[in-house]
Design a protein. Structure first.
Length: 255
């Protein structure tokens, strides 16, 4: 793989994000973007999204566009309306805010992978791939410890874990659990395509946060990515949130 430019890495990161939603789901090109929904998971915020929307291209007709978007989501029995702007526009954002929409800004982060991380787990700590019914149930139990999931939206009592399982079964990602004395305390997932690794859905048990567990999960995932011959690692995080800070501490930089 040739050295990637910042533009290349941005494109790979966006492509990986759209692929995450596409796996196992149904898609429809419509209304200036791609509507992606996963039957049976319409109640989750991640179960229905309109991706790759250019706000600048719709600003002159934002009100009628929004009405059509809402009608389309409701026709799919989606519980919420969620869309991703790849190019923002202040005027469009103001109109959406007045209409009751909440804006969440996400930042992309990347790093070039070099040597493996020097990670030594303490006695009683284990790191395993989630590939058994027991592992899947342990992830559900972990998610039930908090109301909001890795994406910042309600998980409905661990229902988000079932959503992730479909992403695993359809080949998008591999997921891992970190245990302490047999109890799950953290999870994170990995997707690798063309030597570009994507970190997805890092989550730490609420009782173990602010103790360096997030950084540990990133280090463990970097080693998994290197085993799969990845040369770059990318992730998205809510701008200013704990995920962004954890990724920066692990050596990732904003793009």
């Amino acid at each position: 793989m040739a050295t990637k430019t910042i533009r290349d890495l941005k494109n790979l990161l966006v492509s990986s994000e759209v692929d995450y939603f596409r796996h196992g789901a149904r898609t429809l090109r419509t209304l200036g973007g791609e509507l992606i929904w996963l039957p049976g998971f319409e109640s989750l915020a991640c179960g229905c999204v309109l991706h790759n929307v250019d706000a600048g291209a719709i600003v002159d007709e934002i009100e009628s566009w929004l009405q059509q978007v809402e009608e389309k989501f409701y026709s799919k029995a989606c519980a919420s309306v969620r869309f991703y702007f790849v190019q923002g526009n202040p005027q469009a954002e103001q109109l959406l805010t007045r209409s009751g929409y909440r804006k969440t800004k996400e930042s992309g982060l990347v790093m070039k992978l070099k040597a493996a991380e020097n990670v030594t787990l303490a006695d009683g700590w284990t790191w395993t791939e989630i590939n058994t019914p027991g592992g899947l149930e342990n992830r559900r139990q972990l998610y039930r410890q908090a109301d909001l999931g890795p994406d910042g939206y309600p998980m409905e009592g661990g229902r988000f874990a079932d959503f992730e399982q479909i992403k695993q079964e359809t080949g998008y990602m591999t997921s891992f659990l970190l245990y302490q004395n047999g109890a799950p305390i953290g999870t994170v997932s990995l997707s690798v395509e063309n030597q570009f690794a994507r970190l997805k859905n890092l989550f730490v048990h609420p009782g173990y946060r602010n103790q360096g567990i997030g950084k540990l999960l990133v280090s463990l995932l970097i080693n998994e990515a290197l085993l799969r011959e990845a040369r770059y690692l990318g992730a998205y995080a809510v701008t200013g949130g704990p995920g962004q800070h954890a990724y920066r501490r692990s050596g990732m930089t904003d793009i």
